[in-house]
Design a protein. Structure first.
Length: 149
C-alpha cells in the first residue's frame, strides 16, 4: 500500500492455508478530537480506495456511546461525533468483541477505545465476524486478536 502515517499502517495479508486474502490496517488514534480529524480523513480515503475485504483495528482512542466508559468523565456527544460520521459515511461495521468489556484502564477509569472495524466486503467474503479481547498482561490496553480456523 502507498500510504503510511503515524496513525494508520496498512498492508495486505494472505492466508495460504484457507485461500483468503484481505487488507489490514493498524490504527493509532491521537489523544484529542482535533488531532484525530486527520485520521478520520485518511481512513475514509483508504476505505474509498481499497478493493476487497478490509479490517482496520487498533487504538482508535474514541468512544461510541456513554456505555463505552465506566467512571471518569461522562462521554460527550463531541467525543463521538466524528466517529459516528465516519461509520455513517463509509458503512464500516465494528466486529463483535468477546472477552473483556473494556479495552483500556488506568485502574480507575475503564473505557472501550480499541476496536476492529470492517468494510462491507469483509462481511460478505470473510467467515471471521468476531475478535477476542484478552486480558492485558503488561500494558494498559487489551490485545485485540483475530483468529482464523
Amino acid at each position: 500500500m502507498h500510504s503510511c502515517s503515524e496513525q494508520l499502517i496498512p498492508g495486505k495479508i494472505l492466508l495460504r492455508q484457507i485461500h483468503k486474502e484481505f487488507w489490514m490496517s493498524a490504527v493509532y488514534g491521537l489523544h484529542t478530537i482535533d488531532h484525530r480529524k486527520a485520521m478520520w480523513v485518511e481512513v475514509t480515503q483508504l476505505h474509498n480506495k481499497l478493493e476487497g475485504p478490509w479490517i482496520a483495528m487498533g487504538y482508535y482512542n474514541v468512544t461510541q456511546s456513554f456505555e463505552d466508559r465506566y467512571n471518569g468523565n461522562p462521554v460527550m456527544e463531541a467525543e463521538t461525533r466524528d466517529f459516528s460520521e465516519f461509520l455513517l459515511n463509509t458503512g464500516m461495521t465494528e466486529l463483535k468483541a468477546v472477552g473483556r468489556e473494556f479495552t483500556w484502564t488506568n485502574n480507575h477509569v475503564y473505557s472501550r477505545i480499541d476496536r476492529a472495524l470492517v468494510n462491507a466486503r469483509w462481511m460478505i467474503d470473510m467467515t471471521q465476524l468476531e475478535v477476542v479481547l484478552h486480558d492485558p498482561l503488561f500494558f494498559d490496553h487489551t490485545p485485540i486478536c483475530l483468529y482464523f480456523e
